[in-house]
Ligand binder design. Sequence first.
Ligand code: LCV
Length: 259
Amino acid sequence: MARIETSLENDIGTIVLNDPAKRNALSAALISELLAALLSFEEQHVRVVVLRAPAGATTWSAGHDVHELPTNGRDPMTYNDPLRRAIRQIQEYPGAVIALVEGGVWGGACELAMACDMILAADTATFALTPARLGVPYDIVGAMNLMQSVSLPVIKEMLFRAHSMSAAEAREHGIVNRVVPPEALEAALSEVAGDILRNSPLVVALLKQEFDAISGARPLGAGTFERIQMIRRRIYDSEDYREGIRAFFDKREPKFVGR
Ligand code: LCV
């Protein structure tokens, strides 16, 4: 059963996240279809790609598939984790990737949407970064990616509180390019995509590479990286990590004890 739908019309490639039973959770299976769709659009030299959920969705994506979080206490978010690969492929796509957002964006799905070059949101959109709620030791690459979209105080508030930020507030913080009523979303997309398609594809692709190179140029010493990884391994071995996932499946608030 396909977990995404794709279409190509007027030089715009559209990828629709469509696994309603799991609220478009970013399972390895869904991500693998997403990666294949991006590759296919790249081979067809599609210059604008839109990543969206079906029109009227109440959840854009529920984030990382919690069923696929490790139970053996080891890192799922390694370099080749499906979500990491999807984020890199979006960042490296030689054209504009636009997230068209309606409904709730949760956890790793926020990182996926923010990895896109811009976000056009309906006023129904909300954004929640949830590792602290689940007890998941978010990885440092994810933290660096988020810092590219959001100022440090705002990203800390989102991560520490794990609350849902409204589209209007996300717009105020520059996370979202535009907020419109749901019925005006397609028109906003046509305007933005139309302008991009009238411009030089070579220059748009170059600009994307320049920003990717500059934003990825933040130095991080090996020692610092290892120290962070050591702390993350301890959290994966903690009672709190197990409690966060148990609480999710029990559909109750987690009770963290700090060990
Ligand atoms: C698997 C799911 C999920 C899901 N995985 O429908 O960023 S990090 O570090 O936190 C990273 C680890 C991460 O991204 O973690 C995931 C963060 N996501 C969340 O915390 C969102 C969790 N989901 C929800 O709060 C609700 O499901 C929302 C608000 C998305 C939708 O609520 P709604 O009432 O519409 P249900 O909760 O009834 O969910 C419908 C089905 O989707 C599954 C959920 O288990 C349920 O399956 P069953 O019908 O089999 O019970 N589902 C939802 N999210 N992330 N599966």
